[in-house]
Design a protein around this ligand. Structure first.
Ligand SMILES: *Cc1c(COP(=O)(O)O)cnc(C)c1O
Length: 228
């Protein structure tokens, strides 16, 4: 089951990349393993996956300790100030930085650890109250502040569009994110402005995200099945 799911996703990624005339090696699959146990994660590793995403710190800690340095971990959840230290310590990439306050806390801890922490800035693309992220209009000023005032490795943007059963409804949001990233890269606000990461696309709409320029897709359900 797991192997079949993974093969299907890899084939779909390949297909979407071809359709968009994109290079397959610029697209990373983050396996979202929230609510997934260590045995299942081990199987996914055995089937070739090597980047995992977690939303809840407490749940992630034992998993990260178990697998030590074998794989890369992305934090994709809401960052609470009092947990930021451990997030900075344990994760390779923090995808959900949406404010200067949180960024500064991560930065302080990363500096203390002598770690070059990679982050993405989360954009609240759908202007949804319940979702984290910086409003679209404030992205540029936040990026300016972060590049000036922190030592964080800002590699790109992350966004979650409003949920819709029809994946086509995500397309205009992903297009906006791509345009925004291009504009910010011209102003040299990322660490590597020739190769900006765009984390967008989940189980329901990752093909569309790839067509619109995603370099990171975050897929849980389509790999591990429905979370209970
Ligand atoms: C849970 C989660 C995902 C994965 O969602 P699926 O629909 O299960 O693929 C991706 N991104 C974030 C931020 C999540 O919280």
């Amino acid at each position: 089951m797991l192997n079949t799911n993974i093969q299907t996703i890899l084939a779909t990624i390949d297909q979407s990349a071809r359709k968009a005339k994109r290079n397959l090696n610029e697209i990373k699959l983050v396996a979202v393993s929230k609510k997934v146990n260590i045995e299942q994660i081990q199987k996914a590793i055995d089937y070739g996956l090597h980047i995992f995403g977690e939303s809840y710190l407490q749940e992630a800690v034992p998993k990260i300790r178990h697998f030590s340095d074998q794989i890369k971990w992305h934090f994709i959840g809401h960052i609470q100030s009092n947990k930021a230290k451990q997030v900075a310590e344990l994760f390779n990439v923090v995808e959900t930085v949406g404010s200067y306050k949180v960024a500064k806390i991560l930065d302080n801890h990363a500096r203390a650890l002598n770690k070059q922490l990679e982050i993405l800035v989360q954009i609240n693309i759908g202007k949804e109250q319940q979702k984290s992220g910086v409003p679209f209009e404030e992205a540029e000023s936040l990026l300016r502040l972060l590049t000036k005032e922190t030592n964080l490795h800002i590699s790109g943007l992350m966004a979650i569009p409003p949920y819709n059963i029809d994946p086509e409804k995500s397309r205009p949001y992903y297009r906006e994110i791509k345009k925004l990233a291009t504009r910010l890269a011209i102003q040299r606000l990322f660490r590597n402005n020739d190769c900006v990461e765009l984390s967008m696309g989940m189980s329901g709409d990752y093909s569309i995200a790839i067509e619109e320029g995603a370099t990171i897709i975050r897929v849980g359900t389509a790999i591990f099945g429905e979370r209970t």
